[in-house]
Design a protein around this ligand. Structure first.
Ligand code: ZN
Length: 424
């Protein structure tokens, strides 16, 4: 699950206002762009490839000449909106003479061929990123609800459970598996209390000078204007995901990250949630930046870095294959966004979208982000309550395997199908 409409509104609100701030960063705790690190990508991409990825994938909702100007032999990218300084990227003349981009991860065809069919993932480094934190943080993250006397549903615990069941199966196939998070505790060392001053700064740039410290509860309509809510968002959304990105990029250095989530429809009161009949599936890869996001210097830089590292073609193929397998196994229909202004459907399965999430933007290798199952649909809720089990059990009159095994087996079979074809 990504975020609910209130957060979307606030994210845009913060984004637009902080873009007006002097440093032009999307967020006060964002890393400033390091344009000098892009020098190594000179002449690694042709004009046509750059255009295909820029217009078709990353800026599919448009990009103005005042931010990126593409000429036949080079592109100029605005580095600093205040100083009006530009980065010049020179294109390779053709595919034959282009310099290799040499990313720090490996595509399937570049891996050594597996010696045994059973070890189809041998040599592949996979990092599992169970979405959210869970545990004592689940309520703060708004990833917790409870129906009557039934045990609560907590996305952060469920995603960790999926990762723990998935890891041995991937290792069995030869993969080297690491965890971005392996317990229901934050990866970041910062806590909301450490971020109160930053929260006040965020509110100040949004025009709120004397904010309230606390809010009444999840239903407080003005909670987003309080120091507590802002410091919590900065903690579990920003600081946490940025720290996970540092771990992925500097320490784990995988060839592929799998972000594991469960989706949900708005449930209202967490103690008396709305159950729905909706149930669906989609997968995300990075792309489809909205024009307002590209105004921020850091986001523009990170978008270009992702484009030049050439992760898209690999991650789309993995996502498309995994999505088709998961769709067949779960029989779920594709999720259709009601406000598709920040997504673009990509690939051929009908289940994969490009979208600019912080994790998919900052992890510097192919990232496939899974969003199966609506946790507060009647059927999925019943399956979650049934927990993990062998074989099948009747769920609302239909024989079903455990939701965890179905999730894990779908991911494993999707990867096997992709790597079997790609490592031939
Ligand atoms: Zn989620």
């Amino acid at each position: 699950m990504i975020f609910r409409p209130l957060f979307l509104f606030l994210a845009l609100f913060v984004l637009l206002h902080s873009a007006l701030a002097a440093d032009r960063l999307s967020n006060p705790i964002a890393d400033p762009p390091a344009w000098e690190t892009l020098a190594k990508y000179q002449k690694t991409i042709t004009h046509d490839e750059f255009e295909r990825l820029l217009r078709g994938v990353y800026c599919s909702h448009g990009i103005g000449d005042e931010l990126i100007r593409v000429e036949p032999e080079f592109a100029c990218i605005l580095m600093d909106r205040d100083a009006q300084t530009w980065f010049t990227l020179r294109f390779a003349k053709n595919e034959r003479t282009r310099r290799p981009a040499a990313p720090p991860w490996r595509t399937a065809p570049s891996l050594p061929r597996p010696k045994r069919e059973k070890k189809i993932l041998s040599g592949l480094k996979i990092a599992l990123d169970p979405g959210h934190i869970g545990g004592a943080w689940a309520k703060m993250e708004e990833r917790w609800f409870k129906v009557g006397d039934a045990p609560p549903v907590e996305e952060g615990e469920m995603t960790l459970h999926v990762a723990q069941m998935l890891a041995p199966k991937l290792r069995e196939l030869g993969a080297r598996v690491s965890f971005v998070r392996d317990k229901t505790e934050p990866v970041t060392s910062l806590r909301p209390d450490d971020l109160k001053e930053v929260a006040r700064e965020v509110l100040r740039t949004s025009g709120i000078e004397n904010p309230r410290d606390d809010f009444a509860g999840p239903d407080d309509p003005l909670k987003d204007q309080t120091v507590r809510w802002q410091s919590e968002i900065l903690f579990y959304r920003n600081s946490e995901i940025r720290q996970r990105a540092r771990l992925v990029n500097s320490k784990l250095k995988p060839d592929l990250v799998l972000c594991l989530h469960f989706n949900a429809e708005a449930w209202g009161d967490e103690q008396n949630p709305t159950l729905s009949d909706e149930n669906h599936l989609h997968l995300l890869v990075n792309g489809a930046y909205v024009p307002a996001e590209l105004q921020s210097d850091d986001v523009r830089f990170e978008m270009l870095r992702r484009l030049l590292r050439r992760a898209y073609d690999e991650e789309l193929k993995i996502a498309d294959t995994a999505a088709a397998v998961m769709a067949k196994k779960t029989q779920l229909p594709p999720y259709e966004y009601t406000h598709p202004d920040n997504v673009t459907k990509v690939g051929t399965s009908g289940y994969v979208y490009a979208r600019n999430l912080v994790a998919t933007r900052l992890y510097q290798c192919p990232v496939v982000y899974f969003e199966p199952y609506v946790m507060n649909s009647r059927e999925v809720f019943a399956r979650i309550q049934a927990g993990d089990y062998d074989g099948t059990r009747p769920i609302n009159g239909v024989e079903r395997p455990s939701i965890y095994r179905e999730y894990v087996d779908s991911v494993v079979e999707g990867l096997v199908e992709y790597y079997r074809a790609a490592r031939r």
